[in-house]
Design a protein around this ligand. Structure first.
Ligand code: FAD
Length: 502
């Protein structure tokens, strides 16, 4: 991965960010190109491919969907499942496999899959393409009129024919009403992915988790595994929690050997997501109107249930078509959706890994964990400096109450734009007018082929955005399979550009 390359003109590609998106992009580029490509992934991490989500070290932190939904390769939905069989993952981690035949592997194992698959593509004999890792931070982008290049913090200047922004999610940050000054307080954990900090919590401590999504399930699992005995409370504004997983279809459950997998449809995810929206959804798609879609969804759920099915089937039709539907919505409707419906969408969309759900449910039944709906009003350090005082209004109560905790953990959602100021590369792209925020303010604007839209409204092929930074443009490019498919859609145009430019 660190071998130096001699790039052919027209084929020097720089990817900023080496998490899932950067790795998946590099792999798909190498596999799809008929020409040799010299790909450089810039990322400060020692090991490239894992990123924020799959650098997890806690064995209780698992993928939130079965293995067949996490393949790196859109044309081969079973790539990860085969890797797991070949590596003996299910023997090493017997809890991964569920009775219905779906495997929810550890995110740390998935990180290993990403890293290893990236390494396997670093020197591609069929074309001579290479992938190298530049262990550095991107800080600047070529100036107008000069050759395209990415500058790094160490002072390197990497010339490029195309640049891809795969900077993912910034580290979680405290949201109001937390005063920013409390970010470094020893009793407040701003970054819930910091497992070392979690393991430093006194087992008798009174703990508050703010946010009740999948991150809170990870944190609770870590605490419960360490036999945390003190009271744990989880609050979120609406009190909504991630739904359970759908039972896996019997045909998919049978794919538990290399032989059985060989008989499965390889392009399953591609076919499901890339086709036209389901007929019931197509009928409701125009004019684009969230309330209309919601009415159609409710009707469809009733139909499915009448036939003995469950809500998942109808909901998943919407999830799989969001990339097509979201861009058609007027901005005002997008904003209304974000304000009123996004949390509701998220709890149905991002479902709990069953292993974590079971741990947490058992703890709730024992009274060790309490979930509630409350709006935080203020967070302060107690006068003696030994605790955190949180003032909140619980749903249904007219008055504010102030509770005292020994530790408070931030489990609120990720926000790709929140880290803008802390990311020198994104800041320089914004300042240079190369990218601009999307109208909803969720991320950065990209056109249908992921070309970055600049301050002047022009989409430029030499700079493309993939993954979470495009959430405002595509609605839901968050999960691994959806990022992989987003990249797949974009590549035909990228290869066209390379051929034209070469
Ligand atoms: C805790 C967690 C669990 C998740 N679990 C799942 C799951 O089970 N299944 C699923 O489908 N999805 C899951 N997701 C969704 C996840 O967002 C995507 O699957 C995917 O990991 C996003 O990858 P990424 O590469 O875009 O972002 P990231 O993983 O955030 O990686 C971005 C990389 O860019 C680098 N970078 C940023 N700025 C610069 C710069 N200026 N110069 C150089 N490098 C830079 C960072 O160092 C980082 O390594 C999870 C997300 C999180 C946060």
């Amino acid at each position: 991965m660190n071998a130096s390359t001699t790039p052919a003109m027209g084929c020097r590609l720089v990817i900023v960010g080496g998490g899932f998106s950067g790795a998946c992009l590099a792999i798909q580029l190498v596999r799809g190109s008929v020409r040799p490509l010299a790909i450089t992934i810039i990322d400060p991490a020692e090991r490239v491919g894992r990123g924020l989500a799959y650098g997890a070290v806690d064995p209780d932190h698992r993928l939130n969907a079965p293995t067949f939904s996490h393949s790196l390769l859109p044309e081969d939905a079973w790539h990860l499942s085969r890797w797991c069989l070949e590596q003996g993952i299910l023997q090493q981690d017997p809890q991964a496999m569920r009775p219905d035949g779906a495997a929810y592997i550890r995110r740390s194992d998935y990180g290993r899959y990403l890293e290893q698959t990236l390494r396997d593509h670093a020197h591609w004999p069929a074309t001579g393409s290479t992938i190298r890792h530049c262990r550095d931070t991107a800080v600047g982008f070529g100036l107008p009129g000069e050759p395209l290049a990415v500058q790094t913090a160490a002072g390197d200047c990497l010339p490029a024919d195309q640049v891809f922004v795969a900077t993912g999610n910034p580290l979680p940050r405290l949201q109001p009403p937390f005063p920013p000054a409390l970010a470094g307080h020893p009793r407040i954990i701003e970054n819930p992915l910091d497992t070392a900090r979690l393991s430093g919590i006194d087992p008798q401590a009174r703990v508050l988790l703010v946010g009740a999504g999948l991150t809170s399930l990870d944190v609770l699992s870590s605490l419960l595994r360490r036999d945390h005995r003190g009271p744990v409370e989880v609050v979120s504004r609406r009190g909504l929690r991630p739904r359970s997983q759908a039972p896996v279809a019997p045909v998919l459950a049978r794919a538990q050997s290399l032989q059985a997998i060989a008989a499965m449809p390889a392009a399953m995810a591609l076919d499901r997501v890339h086709g036209l929206p389901a007929a019931w959804l197509s009928a409701a798609a125009t004019p684009p109107d969230v309330r209309r879609w919601l009415r159609a969804l409710r009707l469809r759920i009733r139909e499915v249930q009448a036939g003995g099915g469950a809500w998942y089937q109808a909901f998943d039709d919407i999830r799989d078509s969001v990339w097509q539907l979201w861009p058609t919505l007027p901005v005002a409707q997008k904003r209304r959706f974000i304000g009123r419906l996004r949390t509701w969408y998220d709890v149905h969309r991002f479902r709990a890994p069953p292993q974590n759900e079971e741990m947490v449910e058992a703890a709730c039944a024992q009274g060790r964990v309490l979930f509630g709906a409350a709006r935080l009003r203020a967070v302060t350090v107690s006068p003696d400096g030994e605790a955190i005082e949180v003032t909140m209004r619980r749903r249904g109560d007219g008055d504010d109450v102030t509770e005292t905790y020994d530790a408070v953990i931030n489990c609120t959602g990720l926000d790709p734009v929140a880290g803008l100021a802390g990311n020198p590369f994104l800041s320089s792209l914004v300042q240079g007018g190369w990218i601009r925020r999307d109208p909803c303010g969720l991320g950065f604007e990209a056109d249908a082929a992921c070309r970055a839209v600049g301050r002047d409204g022009v989409a430029r092929a030499m700079l493309r955005l993939v993954g979470p930074p495009t959430v405002g443009s595509f609605g839901d490019p968050i999960g691994a399979v959806f990022i992989s498919l987003q990249i797949h859609r974009m590549l035909a145009e990228v290869f066209g550009e390379l051929t034209g430019g070469g």
